[in-house]
Every structure is written in structure tokens, then in C-alpha cells.
Design a protein around this ligand. Structure first.
Ligand code: FAD
Ligand code: SIN
Length: 549
């Protein structure tokens, strides 16, 4: 006899529950959770042969993808080679990239770009190059190989794909719907832990719907909101990692958080990135007195990989008690800046900073999570019929540090791989699923607990689990996370869910996985730097956690 476990700890026999609560539910061949580049490109690749639902917790164009500036890395020039792109990726990943994954992704980059061009993405052109496109350069790349649409690549890509998704008759789009949890065999008491769909909260009505699907995809993006200062959008709350973990998926390499070296420092700028392409086109990092400092930290100076540049800035700021450092590209002519960086130029100007005449104040901020749900070369997770694609996945491409502009590429290559895998199996009939039960919970009395805990979590993660770590600080963070976890669990078990509560629950779990992973790594490697373990061990071993292990 199977039992249903309610959020507040009571339970019912499954047979009683099903007769009582079963009602009509939306059914699809494929449910995609998230409308970033991973989600939208996958939806378009499936829609000619499958009935697809895309749910997204805010509006269609909210997420990290639309904010991407620099571009997409791919070997498009005759002077470049696949081997060099692979080697640059492995070097940045500091021993922890999976070489098979790196080769797979980089070899599939050209068709991925060709597909985007065929969809109509207006990449910046340059008649003087052999590809016909302007290729920019970023830290850690040995060649110019970043195809881009000026400095708003993500916007150009997402607008192009979104217009096709909206028009497609086989794609149902549900905006303002936040996935709460996956529905799995384990949760239904089955012997096999297959994924059958998800529960989602309609953020406008407060209703929870049950969505059944033959295949479900986590395409929920990253987790930058776990930190106080981040380049990430509000949507980046680690939901996919947390849902996947609760469903029974392994997570890997969660300690490797990439801090982007140059986020605009201004009281009125909410998380605005100054693209690495600014350094690629000659931008120089300076102290307030105008001294250049990067050559003293690394021979590659401003074009060293991000972990090195971010740590150098952090070092200089802490040593000198600075609020920020400066990025100076004022030696380039105005027309060059307006052509290559129109978004950055106008945003800075709107805040009174003329980058053609003065340096831009910048600070590092949390930017990307290299770890996530473990997937194979098809985007499959440990749970049958559940895939993870994009930033929420850990494919092995990035290892201990992601090479700039390899992330959008990974979204494209793995959405294609997942589409092939899904299309290879005909979708069977969906099973009837129990509806969400709210009968034993009440309205929350005090939302202050949620807002207070959000703020507290983000502050101590920034202070204790930042660019430079110590065991003592990590243990402090772990202690606080345990307290927050208890409070939030109690709140979740007893009150109606809200999007803030769901996100906080996921953020705390993600933070816990980050801290546990960081504590378990007794060395410094890639993005993880510990003052207590400054050396790098001879053998590179990924951190892998198994749920309930
Ligand atoms: P996202 O684009 O973040 O999309 C995730 C989607 O999931 C969103 O629609 C979100 O609302 C939705 N979602 C999340 N949780 C839920 C839930 N519970 N229920 C329903 N929906 C949910 N990488 C590069 O390669 N090149 C660049 O130039 C570049 N520039 C960047 C600039 C900035 C400012 C930032 C923040 C990142 C940049 N990156 C860049 C990284 C890259 O943009 C991201 O890694 C990539 O876009 C992730 O795509 P995604 O589809 O996985 O996630
Ligand atoms: C940037 O434009 O600097 C961001 C590129 C990236 O994160 O890959």
C-alpha cells in the first residue's frame, strides 16, 4: 500500500487519496521549466514532433540569458582551432573539466551557431573577417572567438527565439508559474523513481496546478541570488538544483562559484555587468590613483581567466580599503565604444559616467555557478525522464572555472542533445497524478520571517562564502544555514506557499550544498580559494553529493 505524505507530516493511503483528489490536469509530452536560452531552444527543437509546455516563473524574457552581453564562444575563424578552444576550456577548468564533454560541446559549437543564425539572430558582422562576423576576445581565450550582437547578445538571441515560441501551435507557454517540486515515483511510493511532471504555483491566482508530462526538463538557470552582490537576475534562486536534489539527483562541484570581476559600482545601478569584452577590446584595470595593477598578479594581466582577475581585485580592495577599482577604456574613440558597447555606454552615461572620458567604477560580484545537477552527454539526470539543461546542470564542461562565453554555448549544445534523446523515444500515456493538497495548511501570519531570512542568508553567504574562504567562516555559514533550514521547513509545512517562500526554501538548500561542498574540498582549485588550504592537490577530484546518502 502506498501512502501520500503531506507537507505537514500527516499521510493518507494512495488509493483513498487518488479517488478523493484526482481531477483533470494539463498533460503534455514534454514539460520545460524555464524560458532562458536552454528552455526556449529546446522547446523549438521539440515542437514539430511533441506537445510542449514551457512554464516560467516571471515573464518570458526574464532570466540570465536575456542579460548576456559578451557573446557565445565558437571556433569560427580559420586562424583558430577546435583543439585550442578545448585546451583553453580545460586550462580554465583547472583539472576538473570532463575532457569528453569539453570536446563534445566545442565540436558541436559551429552547428549551434548556424542554427541561431538560421533562426534570424542578428550577430554583429565584420566584412574583413573570414567568417563575415565580428569576433571579440575574452579572458582565457587564446583567440578572438566570441560571436556577439554588439554588447546585448542575450537580448538579440532571446527576442528571436521568444517570438518563434509564442507563435508555435505546439508550445503552451505559462508565464508567472513557478515550479514547486517534481512529481516522482519516489514521492508517489513507486518502486522506480521516474519523473512524471511537476506542481506549479500560479503566482497571480495562488492556485497550484499539477502538470503531467512524459519528459520533464529543468532549465531553471543559476543561483546568484544566494549572494548579496550578484550580476544575476531575481530569477536565479537555484530552484532547479534544489528540485533535482529533492527528486533524487546527484549534484556536483557546487563550491565553484564564479565571481565576475567587473560589475558596475554605483548606488543606483542594480547588478549591471560591464562585459569582459571591454577588457578584450583593451580595457585596463586601475587603482583610484590610476596605477595599473593586473600585470603584478598575472602575466596575462586583464585577460587572465576570471578567477584570477576577481581575486586580484578583491586583494587590492581589501589591502587598500577600497570600495571599488576602475576599468578604463577611455583611450578608445567614442565611435568605437558606441559601436561595440552601445548598452554599456548608454547605461553608464545615464548614471553620469562617460566611459569615453573617464574610467568605470567596478567591483566583483557573484556571476555563475559551475556546479549543479549531474547530467550525461544527453542532458539526462539520474532520475528517468528528467533532464537538466543550461546553468542548472553540471555537465563537466566547466570544471573548477568556466571559460567566458562557454555558458550560452553549453545551453545550445545540450538542448540539442536533450532534444535528440527525447525524440528517440515515443511518448507514452501519462499516469493520473494526485493534485496538490492545501487542506492542512493555513495562511501565513508573518511574512517578515521570509524577508528577514532572505536578507540574512545573502549577507552571510557574501561575507563567509565569497571569493576567499576559510574553514572557520564556512562553518559559521553552515551553522546559520541549519537554523534557517529549520525555520523555513516549519513555515513550508504549515502555510500556503508563495513564490518568495519557495525561492527562499530553494536558496537555503542551494547555499547548504555550496557550503558543504566548499568544506569538503581541502585544497584551492579554480574558483575555490581557501586560506587554510592554499595549495592544489596533485589529483583533481570532483565533489559529488548523493541525496539521502
Ligand atoms: P536562464 O536564462 O537564467 O533562464 C532560467 C529560466 O528559468 C528563467 O526563465 C526563470 O524565470 C526560470 N525559472 C527559474 N526557476 C523557475 C521555477 N521554479 N519555475 C519556473 N521557472 C523558473 N554566458 C555566456 O556564455 N556569454 C555571455 O555573454 C554571458 N553574459 C552574461 C551576463 C550576465 C549579466 C549574466 C547574469 C550571465 C551571463 N552569462 C553569459 C551566463 C549565461 O547568461 C547563463 O549561464 C545562461 O544564460 C543560463 O541560461 P539558462 O537558460 O540556463 O538560464
Ligand atoms: C561578459 O560579457 O563578461 C559575460 C560573459 C560570460 O559570462 O560568459
Amino acid at each position: 500500500m502506498f501512502q501520500i505524505f503531506f507537507r505537514n507530516g500527516t499521510n493518507l493511503l494512495l488509493s483513498e487519496y487518488i479517488t478523493e483528489r484526482m481531477a483533470s490536469m494539463p498533460q503534455f509530452d514534454v514539460l520545460i521549466i524555464g524560458s532562458g536560452l536552454a528552455g526556449l531552444s529546446l522547446a523549438l527543437k521539440l515542437a514539430s514532433q511533441r506537445k510542449v509546455a514551457v512554464i516560467t516563473k516571471k515573464s518570458l524574457l526574464e532570466g540570465a540569458s536575456v542579460l548576456a552581453q559578451g557573446g557565445i564562444a565558437a571556433v569560427l575563424s580559420k586562424e583558430d582551432s577546435l583543439n585550442e578552444h578545448i585546451q583553453d576550456t580545460l586550462t580554465a577548468g583547472d583539472g576538473l573539466c570532463d575532457p569528453t564533454t569539453a570536446s563534445y560541446v566545442i565540436e558541436h559549437a559551429r552547428p549551434a551557431i548556424d542554427w541561431l543564425i538560421a533562426q534570424g539572430v542578428p550577430f554583429s558582422r565584420d566584412a574583413s573577417t573570414d567568417s563575415g562576423y565580428h569576433l571579440t576576445r575574452e579572458g582565457g581565450h587564446s583567440h578572438r572567438r566570441i560571436i556577439h550582437a554588439a554588447d546585448a547578445t542575450g537580448h538579440a538571441v532571446q527576442e528571436t527565439l521568444a517570438s518563434k515560441v509564442i507563435a508555435h501551435p505546439n508550445i503552451t507557454l505559462l508565464e508567472q508559474h513557478i515550479a514547486i517540486d517534481l512529481i516522482t515515483g519516489k514521492k508517489l511510493g513507486h518502486r522506480h523513481n521516474q519523473c512524471y511532471g511537476a506542481y506549479a504555483l500560479n503566482c497571480l491566482t495562488g492556485e497550484v496546478i499539477t502538470i503531467a508530462a512524459h519528459d520533464t526538463i529543468l532549465a531553471t538557470g543559476g543561483a546568484g541570488k544566494v549572494y548579496l552582490y550578484t550580476t544575476n537576475p531575481d530569477t536565479a534562486t537555484g530552484d532547479g538544483i534544489a528540485m533535482g536534489w529533492r527528486a533524487g539527483c546527484r549534484v556536483s562541484n557546487m563550491e565553484f562559484i564564479q565571481f565576475h570581476p567587473t560589475c558596475l559600482y554605483h548606488p543606483h545601478a542594480k547588478s549591471f555587468l560591464i562585459s569582459e569584452a571591454v577588457r578584450g577590446e583593451g580595457g585596463i584595470l586601475k587603482l583610484p590613483d590610476g596605477t595599473r595593477f593586473m600585470p603584478a598578479h598575472d602575466d596575462r594581466a586583464e585577460l587572465a581567466p576570471r578567477d584570477i582577475v576577481a581575486r586580484a581585485i578583491d586583494f587590492e580592495m581589501k589591502k587598500r580599503g577600497l570600495d571599488c577599482v576602475y576599468l578604463d577604456i577611455s583611450h578608445q574613440p567614442l565611435h568605437f565604444l558606441q559601436e561595440h558597447f552601445p548598452t554599456i555606454y548608454s547605461r553608464c552615461l545615464s548614471l553620469g559616467i562617460d566611459m569615453a572620458r573617464q574610467p568605470i567604477p567596478v567591483v566583483p560580484a557573484a556571476h555563475y555557478i559551475c556546479g549543479g545537477i549531474v547530467t550525461d552527454l544527453h542532458g539526462r539526470t539520474d532520475v528517468p525522464n528528467l533532464y537538466a539543461v543550461g546553468e542548472t546542470a553540471c555537465t563537466g564542461l566547466h570544471g573548477a572555472n568556466r571559460l567566458a562565453s562557454n555558458s550560452l554555448l553549453e545551453c545550445m549544445v545540450f538542448s540539442n542533445a536533450a532534444a535528440h534523446s527525447i525524440l528517440a523515444t515515443p511518448p507514452g500515456p501519462s499516469i493520473q497524478l494526485p493534485q496538490w493538497d492545501e487542506s492542512l495548511v493555513t495562511d501565513a501570519d508573518e511574512d517578515i520571517i521570509i524577508s528577514h531570512n532572505w536578507a540574512e542568508l545573502r549577507q552571510f553567504m557574501w561575507d563567509y562564502v565569497g571569493i576567499v574562504r576559510t574553514t572557520k567562516r564556512l562553518e559559521r555559514a553552515q551553522h546559520r544555514i541549519r537554523l534557517l533550514h529549520e525555520e523555513i521547513y516549519e513555515y513550508y509545512a504549515n502555510f500556503h506557499v508563495s513564490s518568495d517562500l519557495l525561492e527562499l526554501r530553494n536558496l537555503v538548500l542551494t547555499a547548504d550544498l555550496i557550503v558543504q561542498s566548499a568544506l569538503s574540498r581541502h585544497e584551492s582549485r579554480g574558483l575555490h580559494y581557501s586560506k587554510d588550504y592554499p595549495g592544489t592537490l596533485p589529483m583533481a577530484v570532483p565533489t559529488v553529493f548523493i541525496p539521502n546518502a
